[in-house]
Design a protein around this ligand. Structure first.
Ligand code: NAP
Length: 377
């Protein structure tokens, strides 16, 4: 296993971390984790050198925390840094923040959480975090020894990322990064910005949640087959992320023993700044090919927002594009069902076109909403 150093403490953290959002499940029910298999996978990963385990309150309907807690019994807790997160969007008061925090400890059955993140920062969630004094709460918990390090995970644009980074002396942060999302959300610019401030970055979704490895568009398969260097799609994608020295650890949401073993093997060969110009060019041509398949070139500038009907327009367009990129991959529909709140879906569109006049890309947004409704709803 390759390790990188967490400068704050000098601890060595495995370059591959285990994300527990996509554990194996039973009967297609996300809340019902295949506990035996999941525990075996987590322990196998730890036995092979992984020492960073990431969970969250809402993963697998709350059961990820429970299963991670069980996996860390029998001496495994001491071998890892455990990461968990505060989902402030579930809170309607400061008391709710405390209740969620306590529930997490009950579910995990541990005394301390090493890496504690403010979960999923976006504009509205950041407002709530400030309103409910979440950072002050976490500082108190750090003084009490319940948590060790305070960080945040992020899903909005670079401007907000910069604001959040500059707001507080974070111990670390977590961003979505893969070769398709180099300029999306915080992106490589955010990674470099955090690096310039000495804030280590944990990467999530290095395989775009499996979309870069699962069902590949035909042209992409051909690109990989013709590449002069033979690697699996997962290997190319993980190597691309690992090449950035600013990355402390890469979380992959592995859901089988084979994936755990493959990703460990890949990471063992991944040194920072080791990809050659030729290798970078291969990855870039694959990303360019993916980009050609994209239906509507929305840049998520959000000029179309707010929608009077509260539709999450940029998110709908992003999922619509994904649907074509990944040839109707079930994961895209699952993402829609998981993340799109029922009152903010495309079927709410009344074609008032208030958004279209503001779109710098001149996208036919109301037509896209009709098409998205047909696919997803
Ligand atoms: N804080 C936040 O806001 C936030 C948001 C998202 C994620 N996270 C955390 O970050 C972690 C990582 O994100 P992610 O789960 O999206 O990671 P990811 O590595 O991009 O996606 C995981 C998926 O990739 C596929 N995969 C993994 N290894 C593979 C391999 N060797 N070969 C082929 N396919 C492979 C699997 O898909 P199949 O199911 O198709 O096999 C797996 O479910 C999460 O698990 C979670 O802990 C946090």
């Amino acid at each position: 296993m390759k390790y990188r150093t967490f400068q704050k403490t000098g601890e060595r953290i495995s370059l591959l971390g285990f994300g527990t959002m996509r554990l194996p499940i039973l009967d297609g029910n996300p809340g019902e984790i295949n506990e035996k298999e999941a525990i075996a996978m987590i322990r196998n990963a730890i036995d092979k050198g992984i020492n960073y385990i990431d969970t969250a309150y809402m993963y697998h309907d709350g059961n990820s925390e429970v299963v991670v807690g069980k996996a860390l019994k029998d001496g495994y807790r001491e071998k890892v840094l455990l990461a968990n997160k505060m989902p402030a969007w579930f809170a309607k008061s400061e008391e709710d923040i405390e209740k969620i925090f306590e529930e997490q400890f009950r579910r995990l059955d541990v005394d301390c959480i090493d890496m504690y993140l403010v979960h999923n920062i976006t504009v509205p969630i950041w407002k709530r975090v400030l309103k409910y004094n979440v950072l002050e709460f976490l500082e108190k918990k750090r003084e009490e020894g319940k948590i060790k390090h305070i960080g945040f995970s992020f899903h909005d644009d670079f401007t907000l990322f910069q604001e959040v980074i500059d707001y507080y002396p974070w111990d670390f942060c977590q961003i979505q990064l893969n070769y398709m999302d180099a300029e999306f959300q915080a992106g490589v610019k955010g990674l470099k910005y955090a690096g310039s401030k000495g804030i280590p970055v944990i990467v999530m979704e290095p395989l775009k949640g499996g979309k870069l490895t699962d069902i590949l568009p035909k042209t992409i398969q051909e690109f990989w087959q013709q590449a002069p260097i033979k690697r699996t799609p997962a290997e190319w994608a993980l190597r691309w992320v690992a090449d950035f020295p600013e990355v402390l650890t890469i979380l992959s949401g592995m859901n089988s023993m084979e994936q755990v073993d493959e990703n460990i093997r890949v990471i063992e060969a991944a040194d920072p700044s080791s990809l050659t110009a030729k290798e970078q060019a291969i990855i870039k041509s694959v990303a360019d090919e993916y980009n050609k398949l994209i239906q509507y070139s929305c840049t998520e500038c959000k000029y179309c927002m707010p929608c009077p009907l509260k539709i999450q327009i940029p998110a709908v367009i992003s999922l619509y594009n994904d649907w074509y990129l990944y040839e109707g991959n079930h994961k895209v529909k699952a993402d829609f069902d998981m993340w799109m709140s029922p009152d903010r879906r495309p079927s709410a569109c009344i074609a008032c076109k208030a958004c279209e006049g503001h779109c710098p890309q001149h996208l036919p947004i109301s037509d896209i909403m009709v098409k998205a409704k047909e696919i997803f709803e």
